[in-house]
Design a binder for this molecule. Sequence first.
Ligand SMILES: C[S@@+](CC[C@H](N)C(=O)[O-])C[C@H]1O[C@@H](n2cnc3c(N)ncnc32)[C@H](O)[C@@H]1O
Ligand SMILES: O=C(O)C(=O)C[C@]1(C(=O)O)C=C[C@@H](O)C=C1
Length: 243
Amino acid sequence: MNASQDTIYAQASEHISDFQFDNRVAGVFSDMIRRSVPGYTQIINTIGDFADRFVKPDTQVYDLGCSLGAATLSIRRQIQGRDCRIIAVDNSESMVTRCQENLNAYVSDTEVELICGDIRDIHIENASLVVLNFTLQFLPPEDREALIAKIYHGLNPGGLLVLSEKIRFDDAPIQSVLEELHLDFKRANGYSELEISQKRSALENVMKPDTLTLHQQRLTRQGFSHFSLWFQCFNFSSMVAIK
Ligand SMILES: C[S@@+](CC[C@H](N)C(=O)[O-])C[C@H]1O[C@@H](n2cnc3c(N)ncnc32)[C@H](O)[C@@H]1O
Ligand SMILES: O=C(O)C(=O)C[C@]1(C(=O)O)C=C[C@@H](O)C=C1
């Protein structure tokens, strides 16, 4: 996968525009997400392990907000020979173009339908696994409940939703210390103070994290019977919910 280094926010800019998954971001995304999200590689690998356990023959898998296809590739490696189809969706053309190249680089008997479109417009059916890996946080908060409802209805009984998100905390000292530790993680990965603060401004209007409680309440409200946090490092988390 593309390993170009992320230097997008390295130069001081007078006007920081809202963060977008445009061509520049897509070109460095692999490096950006690994250096920004603690546990990203483990989460990607574990999504494959969840797939091995939950994906049933002749069902569909949805990777919503697939970016460069990291989760799709991890799942596809684990579900060979099950006659399943993976539907990978992203509304960034630059991501989808690169994702297709990444998918073409490996041989598999599992069909992947790659769609350039909005996940709010996608019909979900006969699903044994749905993945939202750091995507829900980019939807307007008022659109999140409807997406979770649609996923619930499209999952087969026993089907799994993996939901990874940056989270916020109502408890101010906890919010403050975990946010600081995340910033230390970024510093340790070579991001400067300028890069960190300019990216923070860019994300401010477009990425609105929920609390863990809010996620759990939304999932149970929509009908999921089982819920757990399975990964947390600082203010980054991954949850599972079973229908
Ligand atoms: C943080 S990235 C996801 C990372 C990816 N899931 C992974 O595991 O590497 C968020 C992605 O969601 C996509 N996205 C955001 N809102 C979307 C929407 N409404 N419909 C489709 N894709 C969306 C963005 O283009 C971006 O590629
Ligand atoms: O919160 C931050 O500082 C981040 O950089 C997080 C985050 C994410 O969670 O998706 C934001 C944008 C990029 O997609 C990579 C990482």
